[in-house]
Design a binder for this molecule. Structure first.
Ligand code: ZN
Ligand code: MN
Length: 143
């Protein structure tokens, strides 16, 4: 994990008046350290050894705080569990249809797409979400 990213995150939380707790610290560090876009259950399983008294609800509450502070993005997938992403750089996702892995990729921001959508629908467009679907490298190897 980049120490800088963590410092910036701590500063944002402090600025928003969010009190730091050991659990909150651990969840944030875990999210900044992983590239895997974990679900709440995955976060829980990774941290329960260190915090046996921490509940899934605590993780939800902390994720909500991180979302409200703009530190974490929630990726929803219909009925499947949400995944959480602490990479707040503008980027896109490739989703594996076999193992559900979500991988980052970078592309120049598609501002043109937003303005085209705005002019053809009359919407005031504030964001967009783009995903590509396929089979990840590991899943291509397996028979
Ligand atoms: Zn896969
Ligand atoms: Mn991502």
């Amino acid at each position: 994990m980049s120490a800088d990213l963590f410092e910036v995150a701590l500063f944002k939380l402090k600025d928003a008046g969010v009190r730091m707790t050991p659990q909150r610290h651990a969840i944030l560090a875990y999210l900044l350290d992983t590239m895997s876009h974990p679900t709440v259950d995955e976060i829980y399983k990774s941290l329960e050894g260190k915090f046996p008294n921490m509940s899934v609800a605590t993780i939800y509450n902390n994720l909500r705080v991180f979302k409200e502070t703009g530190l974490v993005r929630e990726l929803t997938y219909g009925d499947a569990s949400s995944r959480f992403d602490a990479n707040i750089e503008e980027h896109y996702h490739a989703v594996c249809v076999k193992c559900n892995k979500v991988e980052d990729f970078y592309h120049f921001p598609l501002h043109e797409l937003e303005s085209e959508a705005a002019s053809s629908t009359g919407f005031k467009v504030h964001s967009h979400r783009l995903e590509v679907y396929g089979t990840c490298q590991e899943c291509q190897i397996e028979p």
